[in-house]
Design a binder for this molecule. Structure first.
Ligand SMILES: Cc1cc2nc3c(=O)[nH]c(=O)nc-3n(C[C@H](O)[C@H](O)[C@H](O)COP(=O)(O)OP(=O)(O)OC[C@H]3O[C@@H](n4cnc5c(N)ncnc54)[C@H](O)[C@@H]3O)c2cc1C
Length: 479
């Protein structure tokens, strides 16, 4: 067999640039491909780098430890102390992630793509990837078209798929039991996001907080998702919301409305009492955009024969926050390393690459099945139940623990002794206990992640069975 490269990394977003840095640093001959021009690595579509842009400090620390990368201005635009989620009536506030940064995504994307080149990876912008070269049931490279529409086929020992959530590589894998080629629509959030200049018109941290990222849970404003107001440097804000299609349909039918993502987004901006829209900040053409993000556990397996996936291509965003920057970069760094180790040991089979599944689960993925269950529970609550639940069901500490996928078992059962009023509140509380039970169950299942791919199917069936039970008991009921 002859190969053009050891490793092809498809997609120069967060996962891809990190995978290329990592594989090149470990000594591989690496090709990094992206459809965008040289100045726009990581741009998701013509809408720009659509994202909330918030990343936890701990994730950047991981990259420093793993690859020696450091970041500063302009790619780190603004520092925040944390993230908190507010109940629909704005009366209760739950902390949910610690310190972090608001990124300037175009600058961040350029910084890491340039770092990949500096590390020795060859970077080809303007390359559209159209699918995988499949040989002997495994992946042997990619094909597509360059900027002159000329067809190309490039061969490599390993392909790392970092093409984002609609990955054409994942969708064109051979039919297999390891990686789902399509993602269910009820596991996807449609999102809108503006980067906006604003005039401060009131000092009210429930709507805008210069030092914290604010999340608004509200099933009427953002059915099945949430709205966010994330501060940027100066009088600038990243404001957006995510909705789930089915929840939107239920909400519209119940309220007799015909809202869509665009109308809800504009209403959300107007609803904000602390800031007045002073026009989009359209630097890099990144002022206004719409895109989708998955809110489910990552793919059960992240590897196939001669193939690894990282970031949104493998459904890695956090199922309750949709945060996928950290997981994409962590996964990219790990995938690059494991790809090279497997090439060196002359085993890039599924078994040879399997270690990546275990490393990713240990670094981030183990909790995501449990978090998916919690997301499904949240989507089953209307605004009244969210208000009541955030006031009576759990303490701030318990809410924070749940958002990290840790189970506050003891104090939750002690809440049984608290007086809960109203049958729907009592049912919602019972469902919370069911949810916590299933979360615990899945955390245990992930601890038993198979060491051998031969045991994968039985393990994955067990996860799928639990998810089916959860979805059957907790249908979406946003209004
Ligand atoms: C509105 C919104 C808000 C979000 N907010 C946050 C947040 O605040 N914090 C957070 O942590 N996460 C957030 N996320 C998630 C986060 O943006 C993603 O998880 C992250 O960008 C994933 O990085 P990636 O490298 O896997 O994929 P992407 O960023 O999608 O990069 C994929 C790259 O592949 C290229 N590509 C795609 N297809 C092809 C092709 N066929 N040929 C060649 N190149 C191709 C693309 O152009 C792009 O450069 C949000 C997502 C959305 C949509």
């Amino acid at each position: 067999m002859s190969y053009d490269y050891d490793v092809i990394v498809a997609g120069a977003g967060l996962a891809g640039s990190l995978a290329a840095i990592s594989a090149a640093k470990n000594g591989a001959k690496v090709l990094l491909l992206d459809r965008n021009n040289y100045e726009e690595p990581g741009k998701k579509s013509n809408w720009g780098w659509v994202c909330g842009d918030a990343v936890a400090k701990s994730h950047l620390e991981f990259l420093n430890k793993e690859l020696g990368l450091t970041f500063d201005r302009p790619e780190l635009d603004h520092e925040v102390k944390g993230v908190y989620a507010l109940s629909p009536d704005l009366q209760n506030k739950f902390p949910f992630e610690g310190e972090g940064f608001m990124l300037n995504r175009p600058a961040f994307g350029r910084k890491i793509a340039r770092a990949a080149e500096k590390q020795g990876a060859e970077y080809r912008p303007n390359y559209e990837v159209e699918g995988p070269i499949i040989e002997e049931g495994g992946i042997a490279g990619v094909f597509g078209k360059d900027d002159k529409k000329k067809e190309y086929r490039i061969r490599s020992k390993v392909v790392i798929d970092c093409l984002g959530m609609a990955s054409t590589l994942r969708r064109k894998l051979p039919v297999n039991d390891l990686i789902e080629r399509d993602i269910r629509t009820d596991d996807i959030e449609s999102t809108g996001r503006y980067i906006m200049n604003f005039k401060p018109v009131a000092d009210d941290e429930k709507y805008y907080d210069a030092h914290n990222a604010v999340i608004h849970l509200n099933q009427q404003m953002a059915p099945g998702g949430y709205g966010w107001v994330f501060p940027r440097n100066g009088n600038k804000v990243n404001i957006g919301l995510g909705i789930e299609k089915k929840c939107l349909e239920i909400r519209n039918a119940k309220l007799g409305k015909a809202d869509n993502l665009h109308s809800l987004m504009d209403e959300y901006v107007k609803w904000n009492k602390a800031i007045r829209d002073d026009g989009l900040d359209n630097t890099d053409g990144n002022g206004k955009g719409y895109w989708s993000v998955t809110v489910r556990r990552q793919q059960g397996s992240l590897v196939y024969k001669n193939y690894l996936g990282a970031g949104d291509s493998m459904a890695m965003p956090n199922p309750i926050s949709a945060g996928g920057i950290g997981s994409a970069m962590i996964a990219g760094a790990l995938a690059g390393r494991v790809a090279v180790e497997s090439i060196e040991s002359k085993d890039t089979s599924i078994k040879g690459l399997w270690k990546y599944n275990q490393l990713y689960n240990d670094a981030y993925g183990n909790k995501c099945g449990a978090l998916e269950v919690f997301r499904i529970y949240l989507q089953s609550l209307n605004n009244d139940l969210l208000n009541y639940g955030m006031a009576h069901f759990i303490t701030k500490e318990e809410g924070e623990a749940l958002s990290y996928g840790r189970m506050p078992e003891l104090s939750i059962s002690s809440t049984f002794h608290k007086v809960l009023s109203g049958i729907s509140n009592i049912n919602a509380f019972r469902n919370l206990l069911f949810t916590v039970g299933k979360m615990k169950e899945l955390l245990e299942v992930y601890k038993q992640y198979p060491e051998d791919p031969a045991a994968f199917k039985a393990w994955n069936d067990q996860v799928a069975k639990t998810m089916k039970e959860v979805k059957a008991r907790l249908p979406p009921a946003p209004v």
